[in-house]
Design a protein around this ligand. Sequence first.
Ligand code: PMP
Ligand code: GLN
Length: 384
Amino acid sequence: LTSRLRPFTSTIFAEITELARRTGAVNLGQGFPDTDGPEGMLRVAQQAIADGVNQYPPGAGAPELRGAIAAHRRSRYDIEHDPEGEILVTVGATEAMSAAMLALVEPGDEVVLIEPYYDAYPVAVAMAGGVRRTVPLTQGPDHRFVLDVDALRAAVGPQTRALVLNSPHNPTGTVFTDDELAAIADVCREHDVIAITDEVYEHLLFDGRKHKPLATLPGMTERTLSISSVGKSFSATGWKIGWVCGPRELVAAVRAAKQFITFVGGAPFQPAVAHALQHELDWAEQLRLDLQRKRDLLSSGLAEAGFDVLASEGTYFICADVRPLGFSDGAQLCRELPERIGVAAIPVQVFCDHPDATRHLVRFAFCKRDEVLDEAVERLHKLR
Ligand code: PMP
Ligand code: GLN
């Protein structure tokens, strides 16, 4: 294994999911829903297979899907993308991110990540030969996380090629505020930095919050690659249909990398995702409301079990401080929990270059059926 990849041999999701499987634990670790996406979408995929949509799709993605992505971005965010050249369909958001790094980052270039970061980002940077610089989200008032804007300014300089923004944010559930987005946009403009936004939770914001793509801020359209995917919006995490939208030159660069990574993928799923973006947004809204209710269910359950629960403003996830229960290390606790009480969760420190700041935090996924959440909460009460 190369020195580039050696620090990343196993993923926390594989480790904890395997532990959960072996112990029969309720798995609130890996974020995937335990119910299916909209029936209409599933039927379109089945029909596409029956109709012979089983060979290589076009390199940029099926035209009907690129059209649907453009229409969705236009009607929801008032952003215009030409489906011919400004939209590329990828194998999930993960491939879009890796291909973007390989396409745009020269060895030695710096990439700014906000920590805690989703685990695929540092690996994508490393595979491209880039150097990551991290900026912390810190626990602020109201039990929510805030961006350290001074640290952001300090992290960006002449070597900075790109910055990755994930809002709504995994693992914290933070939705970046308008002020935070403005500060990020300022820094990108001042230092001529490309923003790569991971918007896979774009439909999953709670309590009336609205998703605001960074690309809609002044001067950002021309320097932002916006990434999203079907997985979270339509409960189909295994389909791995993603997309990246942005200025023609940047999208062409990502396509140059993507064509030699997977070339294309998921032919029969592409018309189904097009259908979902056009006809299943009411379903997605219902999912959002359902997840908001599940967040409340798990949040109060965790609080009753003795955790200090942080705010979750979006995503599938909620973080909790384990110190009130007498623990100090979330990673140690997560490795014991499945055996001890039959619940699996993910430590937040594994998503950090500076793990001390989040050592006490554990992430729970609430994208599960109510009876699964109830069972987990009942078991967690045994920790006291
Ligand atoms: N980004 C974030 C922030 C995620 O939480 C996930 C996990 N599902 C992904 C990307 C991966 O998306 P995809 O399955 O579309 O590759
Ligand atoms: N995105 C999911 C999560 O954060 C997991 C994806 C994965 O297993 N890599 O839980």
